[in-house]
Ligand binder design. Structure first.
Ligand SMILES: *Cc1c(COP(=O)(O)O)cnc(C)c1O
Length: 370
């Protein structure tokens, strides 16, 4: 039995109404009216000119790399500490991921290590905002400008977050979001690319749709593509969820601040920064980093025994068996990412969490480490 799940989505608005509308009108495929509406509304929310809805955040990354023209032999700089999706996309494109270690406090890419990674083959930087604080964008934008590099921004965990007052999702040549069920707004599965560049937007639209040509003889294809389309049903959920995005964001911050106060006396764990000079934490998840991996393991078992679910932190890219067996990253060492992978985990922070649930989690943690 799980007393406190790590995440429960909240579907408390117009979801039923809009889904019923899809069923009544028969629009269940990707050609329906909610697709356009969700793309328009979400891109407007993020402050970008174009939105291209796809079937997942991972699909969006595949499309983004192709759309900016990454090809075999290119190098793409990205964080060592991240979900695997961006690395899969880079490797699938035939390019080489070049990893940068994490910052020990924000857990984002350590931008001071970025410049030394640029070579004559570097074509792009993938920025991934991790867990609730935005990556320090200014140094990245400078390096990208200086070396003529493209930026793909993975803002899958950052709906509504800002960097120096500007929306996350506006910093990439193309930026991507996920609407998986643990994200701030959800379509069950789903994702979106956003950009201000019309040419990139058109390429994304084509790539997600088997590279059907917008004009000319149907079923004659000039390029490779995927079927990464989002359905009208998913988009209907998205439109309903977007109506609640500010509420969801406020709830996440409230959950984070409640943990912060309740866990003040927690010993032997590093907790998330509540802010940097550039932004307040939106606490997509509430991470804890133990002083040792033994302590992390013991605490996770203790919580799990009490019915409290946890998730370990990401496992660093250079230590992934899938990449090691391909011969990648043999000489890589990223001590901060290695330590975060082993000692970090996050506690329940879903939008459905109550203060009673949080008290239970807090007491359970403090009973062994307070
Ligand atoms: C969730 C997530 C993804 C992947 O999104 P999916 O929709 O699950 O494919 C990519 N990047 C980051 C940073 C994520 O958190």
């Amino acid at each position: 039995m799980t007393a406190v799940p790590v995440n429960t989505p909240v579907l408390g608005g117009n979801e039923h109404k809009y889904i019923a509308d899809c069923l009544q009108t028969g629009w269940v495929s990707s050609e329906g009216p909610y697709n356009r509406e969700f793309e328009n509304r979400f891109s407007h929310y993020v402050n970008r000119s174009y939105g291209i809805a796809v079937s997942s955040g991972s699909a969006a990354l595949d499309v983004a790399l192709q759309a900016i023209g990454i090809v075999r032999g290119d190098e793409v700089i990205m964080p060592a500490f991240t979900i695997i999706s961006p690395a899969f996309s880079v490797v699938r494109a035939g390019a080489l991921p070049v990893l940068v270690d994490a910052d020990p406090l924000t857990w984002n890419m350590d931008v001071t290590q970025l410049a030394e990674k640029v070579t004559s083959r570097t074509r792009a930087i993938i920025v991934v905002h991790i867990y609730g604080l935005p990556v320090d964008m200014d140094p990245i934008l400078d390096i990208a400008k200086k070396h003529n590099l493209k930026i793909i921004e993975d803002a899958a965990e950052m709906h509504g977050q800002t960097y120096k007052g500007k929306m996350c999702g506006t910093f990439g040549d193309v930026s991507v979001f996920s609407f998986y069920s643990n994200k701030l707004i959800t379509t069950g599965e789903g994702g979106m690319l956003v950009t201000d560049n019309e040419e990139i937007a058109n390429r994304c639209r084509k790539l997600r749709n088997l590279s059907f040509e917008p004009t000319g003889r149907r079923f004659v294809h000039y390029d490779m593509g995927w079927n990464y389309r989002m359905t009208n049903l998913q988009a209907a959920l998205g439109v309903a969820q977007l109506e609640k995005v500010d509420e969801h964001l406020a709830k996440k911050k409230q959950i984070g601040n409640y943990y912060r106060t309740g866990l003040k006396s927690l010993k032997h764990f590093q907790q998330p920064l509540d802010a940097t000079a550039d932004a307040e934490n939106v606490y997509w998840v509430y991470g804890l980093v133990a002083e040792s991996c033994e302590l992390a393991d013991a605490t996770v078992s203790h919580l799990n025994q009490q019915g409290i679910s946890t998730r370990p932190f990401f496992w660093s890219m250079h230590e992934q068996p899938v990449f090691r067996k391909m011969g990648l990253f043999q000489l890589d060492k990223h001590p901060v990412a290695e330590q975060l992978s082993r000692n970090g985990f996050y506690i329940p922070s879903g939008l459905g969490l109550s203060e009673g649930d949080q008290d239970y989690v807090i007491n359970s943690l403090l009973s062994v480490n307070g």
